[in-house]
Write a protein that binds this ligand. Structure first.
Ligand code: C2E
Ligand code: CA
Ligand code: CA
Length: 775
C-alpha cells in the first residue's frame, strides 16, 4: 500500500472487523436460524460495500483501468444481488435456496463479468512476447487446476460422475475462479509497479474466493453445506479484499511516464509459484514410493533454475536500460532521463505539496579548453565537473548532463532549497580542477527557476526554458554567476553563440555584430592603439602595448571586451592576431624611421601559442621590415600558459631563441601558480591591476607583491605593473623595486601618430592633450 496506507486502512477497519466477528460467530455458534440470517446479512453488506468501493475506483480511473473497475463494479453488484436473493429465501421464505436458484444466475453473471474485468487491468502496451504470456498462462492455469484437483475437485468429480449437468454446475465456480486467478497472476507479471499492489490484493481476493468456492463445491457434493457454515466467512473475506483493492487503486498516483521495460521482481518467480505448489503438494498425495519425494525435489530444482536465469536476464536488461538513460562520459542522467524525471516531478507536484526547481548550468569558455587542451582532457574535466555537481545535489535530486558543457539539476523535495543548492554548486567551482597535471579554474553560469505554486499549469518544458533563460542572463551578466528566473529576462536563442550573448544585446543583434566584425577584419576596419610603458625609476617611455579597437560605424569605438569572445568563438583568432601584428610592426617601423626605437608588445590568444610555426612567422614579419627581434614582446595570459604547458613551452622557447621577448600578462589575476615562473623562460611579468591596487592599503597584499617582485628579479625577468591609476601606488611600486609601470596615470591608450611624442621624452613633459582617452 506504500504511500497512502492511512486512509485505506481507516476505510478497511470496519469491514475487516465484521469479517472477524462473523468468523468467530460461525465458528462458535453452530447451526441456528438467527446466526444464518446474520451471516447472510453481513455477507450481503460486505458485498455492497465492495461494490461501492469498486464504483469509486472506476470513477477516479482513466482509460482501460476505468473499464476494468466498471466491469468489476457490475460483477460485484451481480454477486451482491445473488446474495440478496439468497437472503430473501432465508428471511421471507424461511428456507434454503434451492440449487440451482435465481441467485445462481447472478453468480454466473459475476463470474463472466469478473473474468472480463480482469482482462482489462493491464494498461501498458504488451512488451513481452505473446507466446511467453500464453505459456505463462497455460502453466499457471494447469498447475492451479492440478492443485485444486488433487486437493478437492476429484471428490466433486467422483460425486457427479454420472450427472453431467450437475457436474458442470458444481465445477463452474471453481473453474471461473481459476480462470480469473490465472489472468490475475499473468497480469501481475506484466504490471507496472504502481498497479502491482492493486493486482496483488485483487489476486488475493480471487484466491480466497477460489478456496471458498472449491470448498463449497466439495461440501455440496457431500451434501454437507448449509448456510452458517464457517466457509461463509471466507467469502466475506474475499469481498473485503475486493474492496481493499478498489480503495488502493483509487489512491494510486497518476502513472509515471513509461521508462524502459525492465521486468518486475515478481515476474521472476511468480509464474513458478503455482508449479512449485502443484509439484510439491501433489506428488506426496497421489504418488507412492521414492517418487513422492523425488518429484517435488526435481520440481523445486527446475523452478529455482528458471528463476535464476530469469534473474540473470533481468540484470542484463536493467544494465542495458540504465545505460540508455545515462550520459556515458559522466555517468550522470542524460536528457531523456532528466525530462522523464522532471515530467514525473511536475505530475506529483500537482497531487501533493512538493517543490520542484530546475537549475541549468553552462561552463564559461569551455570551447577554449577544448581548443587548447584537446578533447580527451576536456572530457576528463567534464567528468570531474559531473562528480562535483553530483556532490552538491541532495539525495533524490537528479543531476544530468544535457549537452557538451551543459548540465541540469532537478531539485525535488518538500521544501524549496534551490538557493542553497545553487550556492553550493557555485562554490564547488572555487577550487580548480586538476586534470593531466593542469590546474584549471572553471566558472559556470547558473540559472535557477522554481515551479511556483501559483502556476498549477506550468509545463516541464516551460520550466526548463526558464532555467535556460536565467542561465543565459547569468552568462551575460557574468556576475553574479547565479541568476534566478524573472519574467523580465530576455530569452536568448541558445543556439546563437554563447559568446555573442555575453557581448550584450539579443541574439539577432549579435549575429549582425558578428557579420560586421568579419567585414571589419576583411576591410581593415579594426584599429590598434598603444599604451605607453614607463620606467618607474627614470620616467622614460620604454615601450608600448598594442591594444585592439573597433571603431564601429554605428556603435562608436568598441573595446576588446565587447567582441573578443566573438573572435575566439568564431575562429577569427589567427586573422586578428596577424592584423594586430602587422599594424603594430608597421607602426614600429614608422617610429623607428623617426629615430624612436620603441619596443612594442602584442597580446596573443592562447591558440596562437600552439601554432608551431608561430615563431617563424613572427620572425619573418620582423625580418622583412628590418626590425630587430627584441623590439617585439608577446604577452600571454597565465591561465593559457598553465593549461598547455608542453606545447606552449616549446613555442615560447623558440621565440626567445629568436630574440623575441615573452611577457606573462595579468599575473595574479586568476589562479596563479608560481611553478610556471620557474618552468617557463620569460622576460617580463606583468602584475595585474587588481594585484597591485591594494598594495598601499593592505600590508598583506604589499608583502605578496614585494615577494613576487623579488622572485621575478631573481629569475632575471623585468617586473611591469599594470593599471596604475594613482601616484601613491606608482611611488610604492618604484620604492619596492618594480621596474616598469603602465596605467592611466601615465597615459591612456593612444593612436600610433601620438606615440612618437612619447618616445625618449620624460613622461612628465607630455602635454595632457596628447593623450586620447577611450570613450
Ligand atoms: P590587457 O592585456 O591586460 O590590457 C590592459 C588593459 O587595461 C587595456 O584594456 C587597457 O586599456 C587597460 N588599462 C590600462 N591602464 C589602465 C588603468 O590605469 N586603469 C584601468 N582600469 N584600465 C587600464 P583594453 O584595451 O580594453 O584591453 C582589454 C584586454 O583585451 C587586454 O587586457 C587584452 O587581454 C585584450 N586585448 C586587447 N587587444 C588585444 C589584441 O590585439 N589581441 C589579443 N589577443 N587580446 C587583446
Ligand atoms: Ca596585455
Ligand atoms: Ca594585462
Amino acid at each position: 500500500m506504500g504511500r497512502y496506507p492511512r486512509q485505506v486502512i481507516a476505510l478497511m477497519v470496519a469491514p475487516l472487523g465484521l469479517v472477524l466477528a462473523l468468523t468467530a460467530l460461525l465458528g462458535v455458534a453452530g447451526d441456528n436460524p438467527a446466526v444464518r440470517i446474520i451471516d447472510d446479512l453481513l455477507n450481503f453488506g460486505l458485498l455492497v460495500y465492495a461494490t461501492v468501493c469498486a464504483a469509486l475506483a472506476a470513477r477516479s480511473a482513466l482509460g482501460r483501468l476505468r473499464r476494468a473497475w466498471a466491469l468489476m463494479t457490475a460483477a460485484l453488484a451481480a454477486w451482491a444481488i445473488g446474495d440478496g436473493i439468497w437472503l430473501l429465501y432465508e428471511l421471507i421464505l424461511r428456507q434454503e435456496a434451492p440449487v440451482p436458484s435465481a441467485a445462481d444466475a447472478f453468480y454466473v453473471v459475476f463470474a463472466v463479468l469478473a473474468v472480463a474485468a480482469m482482462t482489462q487491468f493491464v494498461t501498458e502496451p504488451m512488451r513481452e512476447s505473446r507466446l511467453r504470456i500464453a505459456l505463462d498462462g497455460i502453466t499457471v492455469a494447469l498447475c492451479l487446476f492440478l492443485l485444486a484437483w488433487i486437493l478437492a475437485l476429484h471428490t466433486v468429480y467422483d460425486a457427479y460422475r454420472d450427472d453431467r449437468a450437475a457436474l458442470f454446475v458444481a465445477l463452474l465456480y471453481p473453474a471461473s475462479d481459476l480462470a480469473m486467478l490465472t489472468i490475475a497472476v499473468v497480469t501481475l507479471l506484466r504490471a507496472e509497479a504502481r498497479q502491482r499492489v492493486v493486482l496483488t490484493v485483487l489476486s488475493g481476493a480471487i484466491a480466497v474466493m477460489a478456496v471458498a468456492d472449491i470448498t463449497y463445491a466439495v461440501l455440496v457434493a457431500g451434501d454437507n453445506y448449509r448456510t452458517g457454515d464457517p466457509i461463509d466467512a471466507v467469502w466475506g473475506a474475499a469481498a473485503v479484499l475486493f474492496a481493499a483493492a478498489a480503495l488502493i487503486s483509487r489512491r494510486t498516483p497518476t502513472p509515471r511516464p513509461p521508462t524502459l521495460p525492465v521486468p518486475s521482481n515478481a515476474s521472476l518467480w511468480l509464474p513458478y509459484v503455482p508449479l512449485l505448489l502443484a509439484g510439491t503438494v501433489g506428488p506426496p498425495l497421489v504418488m507412492t514410493g521414492v517418487e513422492r519425494f523425488l518429484v517435488p525435489v526435481i520440481v523445486v530444482a527446475v523452478c529455482l533454475r528458471q528463476s535464476v536465469s530469469a534473474w540473470e536476464n533481468r540484470r542484463l536488461l536493467t544494465a542495458a536500460a540504465d545505460q540508455a538513460l545515462r550520459d556515458p562520459l559522466t555517468g550522470l542522467a542524460n536528457t531523456a532521463l532528466f525530462d522523464d524525471r522532471l515530467a514525473h516531478a511536475m505530475v506529483l507536484r500537482s497531487r501533493i505539496d512538493r517543490s520542484v526547481a530546475v537549475l541549468s548550468l553552462d561552463l564559461d569558455d569551455f570551447k577554449l579548453i577544448n581548443d587548447n587542451l584537446g578533447h580527451s582532457t576536456a572530457d576528463r574535466l567534464l567528468a570531474d565537473v559531473g562528480r562535483r555537481l553530483a556532490d552538491c545535489a541532495r539525495t533524490g535530486d537528479t543531476v544530468a548532463r544535457t549537452g557538451g558543457d551543459e548540465f541540469a539539476l532537478l531539485l525535488e523535495g518538500p521544501f524549496d532549497e534551490s538557493d542553497a543548492v545553487a550556492r553550493r554548486v557555485s562554490a564547488a567551482f572555487d577550487i580548480p580542477f586538476t586534470v593531466d597535471g593542469h590546474d584549471i579554474l572553471l566558472r559556470p553560469s547558473i540559472g535557477v527557476t522554481v515551479a511556483s505554486m501559483s502556476e498549477p499549469d506550468l509545463t516541464p518544458e516551460v520550466l526548463r526554458e526558464r532555467a535556460a533563460i536565467a542561465m543565459h542572463a547569468a552568462k551575460r551578466a557574468r556576475s553574479p554567476e547565479v541568476q534566478t528566473f524573472s519574467a523580465d529576462m530576455v530569452p536568448v536563442n541558445g543556439a546563437t553563440v554563447d559568446g555573442a550573448a555575453r557581448a550584450g544585446g539579443d541574439g539577432a543583434a549579435q549575429i549582425r555584430l558578428l557579420g560586421e566584425l568579419r567585414q571589419a577584419i576583411d576591410h581593415h576596419g579594426l584599429d590598434v592603439v598603444y599604451q605607453p610603458k614607463i620606467s618607474l625609476s627614470s620616467g622614460e617611455t620604454v615601450g608600448v602595448e598594442a591594444l585592439l579597437r573597433w571603431p564601429h560605424p554605428q556603435l562608436g569605438l568598441l573595446l576588446p571586451e565587447t567582441f573578443l569572445s566573438l573572435i575566439r568563438e568564431q575562429g577569427l583568432i589567427q586573422r586578428v592576431t596577424d592584423l594586430v601584428l602587422d599594424k603594430a610592426l608597421d607602426d614600429a617601423v614608422r617610429w623607428y624611421g623617426h629615430d624612436a626605437r620603441i619596443p612594442v608588445a602584442v597580446n596573443l590568444f592562447a591558440p596562437s601559442l600552439r601554432e608551431t610555426d608561430q615563431p617563424d612567422k613572427l620572425c619573418r614579419a620582423l625580418g622583412c621590415r628590418g626590425l630587430p627581434t627584441d623590439l617585439l614582446t608577446v604577452e600571454i595570459t597565465e591561465d593559457i600558459v598553465l593549461s598547455e604547458m608542453d606545447l606552449v613551452t616549446a613555442v615560447l622557447r623558440r621565440l626567445r631563441e629568436y630574440g623575441v621577448r615573452v611577457a606573462i600578462d595579468d599575473f595574479g589575476s586568476g589562479y596563479s601558480s608560481l611553478s610556471y615562473l620557474r618552468d617557463l623562460a620569460i622576460d617580463e611579468v606583468k602584475l595585474d591591476r587588481n594585484f597591485i591596487a591594494p598594495v598601499t592599503s593592505d600590508p598583506r597584499a604589499a608583502a605578496v607583491a614585494q615577494a613576487v617582485i623579488d622572485l621575478t628579479h631573481d629569475l632575471g625577468a623585468t617586473v611591469v605593473a599594470e593599471g596604475i591609476e594613482d601616484v601613491a601606488t606608482a611611488d610604492w611600486l618604484r620604492d619596492h623595486g618594480c621596474d616598469v609601470g603602465q596605467g592611466y596615470l601615465f597615459g591612456r591608450p593612444v593612436e600610433a601618430a601620438q606615440i612618437g611624442v612619447f618616445a625618449g621624452a620624460d613622461i612628465r613633459d607630455i602635454d595632457d592633450a596628447a593623450v586620447i582617452s577611450p570613450p
